[in-house]
Design a binder for this molecule. Structure first.
Ligand SMILES: [Zn+2]
Length: 382
């Protein structure tokens, strides 16, 4: 039982991130874990985050949807969580997957404002519409409540039940055009070090994460939300393109491509940063698709695909599914993706810009709770 819960928590770990290009909604983890009526279980449970993430996936109609979680520091020692859950949250904090704050205040709303993301909360935010006008827009603030097949969303303000993404605020666009460095050694969000000799400097450069959360602007200048320290400018942030994988008509995963790192996509690419498709493929597709099937690069804002497979790929110009328009991409051949183009690794297995792609099949969930589907219902009461 304990082992299975660990596996569920590992699956949830793949769905928390502070990456501005990939997060799809903002949550306050301290709030989520206490939504006891979602499962009628313990006073606090980290598995409720999994239930809310599943609900978000279901509502958006995409798999592997990550959330941006703000975590009050007190949660790391919350006695209502199991020791295993506390350990997991600490690991997320150490890895910069969540934002741990002494005083979260309205950081959740600030992040939503800077990134244009919806907020999942049961708090009634009516009084803050003046400060954050988007709160009044449909789908920007949704409350997960118990439903027949898991949590469903209702709106206290703004209406709607489908999570809606807006645009980044002007301040968000500005602050996210730069990389930032925190003076605090080992800062998981904005690198660290910066003092203490050549070795420390070298290590600090290595540790500045490629994708950083938005700094807080509460003090008027870019500041580390975790350490309250003024951040120094670490140069322009590399350009990013958000791509997506669609398999069997369903968007399974989004990933970010930067100008500094090519990304391999295939059945099971070697090395870190690759996009692994194996879990979503049937036997035939698994035989056809190479471990590393294509390599994607971002060059001066253009997405370049290179086939690295044994069997080759195809390109669907403008996303056209007409067979006579499909262009072959032979092994080792490269091509610049035009707007709307999709790369096809195998019939029904497509990669393209996330904006050009939507799910067009019935949602068949790949639940983060799949390792133990009824686990949440069977949590021991304390
Ligand atoms: Zn910091």
């Amino acid at each position: 039982m304990r082992f299975e819960i660990s596996k569920v928590l590992d699956a949830i770990e793949g769905r928390v991130c502070t990456d501005p290009s990939l997060a799809r909604a903002v949550v306050d983890l301290a709030e989520v874990i206490r939504w006891q009526n979602l499962d009628g279980g313990r006073p606090a449970s980290l598995l409720r985050l999994g239930m809310v993430i599943d609900a978000l996936s279901r509502q958006i109609g995409e798999d592997s949807v990550p959330v941006y979680a703000i975590v009050h520091r007190a949660l790391l020692s919350d006695a209502d969580l199991t020791s295993n859950e506390r350990m997991v949250v600490r690991r997320w904090a150490d890895d910069g997957l969540v934002e741990v704050l002494d005083q979260p205040g309205d950081r959740m709303l600030e992040v939503a404002d800077l990134l244009g993301l919806p907020v999942l909360t049961r708090a009634r935010l009516d009084g803050l519409v003046g400060r954050y006008p988007w709160i009044g827009q449909a789908g920007r603030v949704l409350a997960p409540v118990p439903g027949a097949g898991g949590p469903v969303f209702i709106a206290h303000v703004g209406g709607g039940q489908d999570p809606a993404t807006g645009s980044r605020s002007p301040a968000g666009v500005k602050v996210l055009s730069r990389k930032w460095r925190c003076p605090e050694p080992g800062c998981a969000l904005f690198g660290g070090g910066g003092s203490g000799g050549a070795f420390a400097d070298l290590a600090a450069v290595d540790r500045v994460p490629a994708e950083q959360p938005p700094p807080t602007l509460r003090t008027g200048a870019p500041t580390c939300p975790r350490h309250g320290a003024r951040l120094s400018d670490a140069g322009p942030r590399p350009r990013t393109a958000v791509l997506a994988v669609r398999i069997g008509g369903l968007v399974r995963k989004r990933f970010a491509l930067t100008e500094t790192e090519p990304v391999a996509v295939g059945r099971a690419p070697d090395g870190p940063g690759g996009v692994t498709l194996g879990q979503w493929l049937n036997d035939e597709a698994r035989r056809w698709i190479s471990r590393s099937h294509i390599r994607l690069e971002l060059r001066v804002g253009e997405v370049v695909v290179t086939d690295t497979s044994t069997n080759g790929s195809g390109v669907r110009p403008g996303g056209s599914m007409a067979e006579h328009e499909r262009l072959a991409l032979a092994p080792q051949q490269s091509r610049v993706l035009a707007e709307g183009d999709l790369i096809e690794l195998y019939p029904g297995v497509q990669v393209g810009r996330a904006d050009d792609m939507s799910s067009d099949a019935k949602y068949t969930p790949n639940s983060v709770m799949a390792e133990a589907p009824t686990m949440a219902m069977r949590l021991p009461r304390q």
